[in-house]
Design a protein around this ligand. Sequence first.
Ligand code: SAH
Length: 343
Amino acid sequence: MDLALLDDVLATRGEPSFRTGQVWAWAAGGATGYEAMTNVPRSLRAALAEDVPFSTLDVVTEARSSDGTVKTLFRTADGHPVEAVLMRYRDGRRSVCVSSQSGCPLTCTFCATGRMRFGRNLTASEILDQVLHFRRVEAVDHAVFMGMGEPLMNVDAVVEAALRLPDVGVTHRRTTVSTVGWLPGLTRFAAEVTAPIRLALSLHAADPALRRELMPVEERYPLEDVLGVCRAHWERTRRRVFVEYVMLAGVNDDPGQARLLARTLGREAFKVNLIPYNPTGADREGRPLHGSSRDAIAAFKTELERARVPVTVRLTRGRDIAAACGQLASAPRIGARATTDAA
Ligand code: SAH
């Protein structure tokens, strides 16, 4: 729901200021439409249904994985494709993975999103509507900004959305914002966000030369500077920054690289999350990429443990429906409505 538009419409109609909060509380609680809002006058409900679309996003398709993961493809009102994923875990956790942009302007070699056309930053309402879509199906308790896009290139909308998530049932401590290390946004996030929202850094190589090959952003914002901001964030909050590390066979999975990673990070400020590579095809030069073997991942993990760096291996979800990390991408033709309108 476009909350700015909602505010405008209510103000124009001379409604008391508590109405916005009332409507938002219903939407955040999983209401399926204005008609459910029984403490809002019937005539106002009808007017809102006319003037403020209940969601800023239309559902285009939905895919279900054998592991219970659901991936939804949405379209914004101006035709941009956006994907979000609901992950269901055996322990009952329900985690929503949201997109912060349609597509992504960065071109990390191993990630499919960077290969689709970049659309634009999403608004806070468009980010929240992804969560609300799943909230209407069932209660959710975790959120990760790990879908399409680079959240900290869109830091205002991302933080605005994240700060509202507790209304939907997701506390700040159960909210994670992931970044490639987009320094301007990261610096602001580290300095300004006082809520205990978790920060995650996509690192993938401790050696800057290798990192540059995998993630062109390294050229612009060197790892050393990025880690400096992350350390400062840890010092202020005492909350470890999670480091994401996609395991690529023969590229970044050597035990020596694990030792360098451990030296680079130290024991205190970070926790490493090793991510099994999810197939996305070849890299930019057309060379095939392969995930590290289980044994290689285990050996890498052992090196980090030896250095007493906290480390876990991420559980893969939704691979069979291309909903796993790095697999979110949609063909530009999903935006056909906008193209047709423009033509
Ligand atoms: N742009 C932000 C938010 C996306 S998070 C960021 O990169 O942090 C998505 C995570 O999945 C990132 O850590 C990304 O590096 C990782 N990822 C990308 N492609 C992947 C792949 N093919 N297999 C496994 N993880 C991948």
